[in-house]
Design a protein around this ligand. Structure first.
Ligand code: PMP
Length: 407
């Protein structure tokens, strides 16, 4: 069990008042708030041991390098990867997908090959593929998402073939909370193709215990800022043999072993994918966030998310004419995208702000799926460890008060 009143004291932002009201923060799907422990860890580096990593022969650089590399190990354990050499630091999920799309395409894909995504993917898992598809004459297919917001696995099986070279799917949807059955999909992928299977972990990794070996996948990407850590840091995990095979997509310092005027030899993984000065302070902040989540226990984080989800559905269903985009499967995230005919999502979210309730309005970078639903914008409430039932009560009350004014 998470004691939210106690936990909230770790998050300085909750001392803020919005329009003289306490902050009801329901936008963790966009970014999470940060505990003092993360802020302190980063501040500590800048004030106490700041020096560039992997370069110095002096105490400060050695300390920073050790702290930075130690986070690789924390990430490895957090997702149960076999080795910390398989943890590549990136700027976030989007950056991770751009790396994977370029590196995999140039090594593994030929014109006419297919990439299989789903209709509910975030743009971070669409656009990088569109960019390489255009350049290399690849075909992108999308698995149908049904009207309960689940991936249609029959359709997935139908669209898989020997031509499918990449399957990349959300681990937890940022609009409906849908959590696909990754293990089952993994066996379908292996049965009918030699595709590389990638999971978008941007929402999954912050909310559920993840075991990449148990899931059987080849790669996962995630972002530090959605899991209590800072912006500017993320992770790609990949199987060692695949990472060894791929070429780097960014060149510069720190990613080489030998450089000549006309050629170079890459450093081993993970460094060959980390050109230039890495965001080491942000990585150390991510390490503190992982410690914080481990102290809470990922099982507790998951249970807390489930409790808020169940409470949220029951509550929001009481609001007349409110459409709720949310998975009803046994497992789903505490993410609700909402809309009401005749009321614009932005107007409603601006009204909610006047009651101190922060939600996001728009297409949440999932525009094709909104288009499929025939809805141009929704407003979205997403919960995390510092939320409690009273936040959802505030949401419901504020929606009702706003509707009295808007409708
Ligand atoms: N995938 C999903 C499911 C997301 O929710 C997000 C962030 N909204 C991303 C990818 C992209 O993450 P980032 O902006 O941190 O790169």
């Amino acid at each position: 069990m998470i004691n939210v009143d106690k936990l909230k004291k770790d998050f300085p932002i909750f001392e803020r008042k919005i329009n003289n009201l306490p902050l009801t923060y329901l936008d963790s799907g966009a970014t999470s708030q940060k505990p003092q422990q993360v802020l302190d860890a980063m501040n500590m580096i800048y004030t106490n041991s700041n020096a560039n990593v992997h370069r110095g022969t002096y105490v400060l650089s050695a300390e920073t390098t050790e702290a930075y590399e130690n986070v690789r190990n924390k990430c490895k354990e957090f997702i149960n990867a076999p080795s910390s050499d398989e943890i590549i630091f990136t700027r976030g999920t989007t950056d991770g997908y751009n790396l994977l799309a370029k590196a995999l395409t140039s090594k593994r894909l030929d014109p006419g090959d297919e990439i299989l995504l789903s209709e509910i993917e975030h743009h971070a898992n669409i656009i990088p593929w569109q960019l390489v598809a255009k350049e290399h004459d690849l075909k992108i297919k999308y698995v149908d998402v049904d009207d309960t917001y689940e991936l249609n696995l029959e359709d997935l099986s139908k669209k898989l073939s020997k031509k499918t070279k990449i399957v990349s799917l959300t681990g937890e949807s940022n609009i409906s909370g849908t959590i696909p059955n990754i293990k089952k999909i993994n066996s379908l992928v292996r049965e009918s193709s030699d595709a590389i299977f990638i999971i978008d972990g941007a929402q999954l990794v912050p909310h559920r215990a993840v075991d990449v070996q148990d899931m059987g996948i080849d790669f996962i990407t995630f972002s530090g800022h959605k899991m209590l850590g800072p912006t500017g840091i993320g992770v790609v995990w990949g199987k060692r043999e695949l990472l060894d095979e791929l070429e780097p997509v960014s060149g510069g310092g720190d990613m080489i072993e030998e450089v000549y005027f006309d050629s170079a030899k890459w450093a081993p993984v993970p460094h060959k994918f980390e050109a230039g000065t890495p965001p080491y302070v942000e990585a150390i902040g991510l390490g503190a966030a992982i410690d914080y989540l481990n102290n809470l226990g990922m099982d507790n984080v998951e249970n807390h998310s489930d409790q808020l989800r169940n409470y949220g559905i029951k509550l929001l269903e009481q609001i007349k004419d409110l459409n709720i985009i949310h998975s009803r499967a046994d497992q789903a995230g505490s993410t609700f995208s909402l809309y009401m005919e005749g009321v614009h999502a932005t107007d409603l979210s601006v009204m909610l702000d006047t009651y101190g309730v922060a939600v996001r309005a728009g297409h949440h970078c999932v525009q094709p799926f909104h288009r499929k639903l025939g809805v141009d914008a929704t407003f979205r409430a997403t919960c995390y460890v510092y939320n409690q039932e009273s936040d959802l009560d505030n949401l419901k009350d504020s929606i009702e008060k706003s509707l009295e004014i808007l409708v």
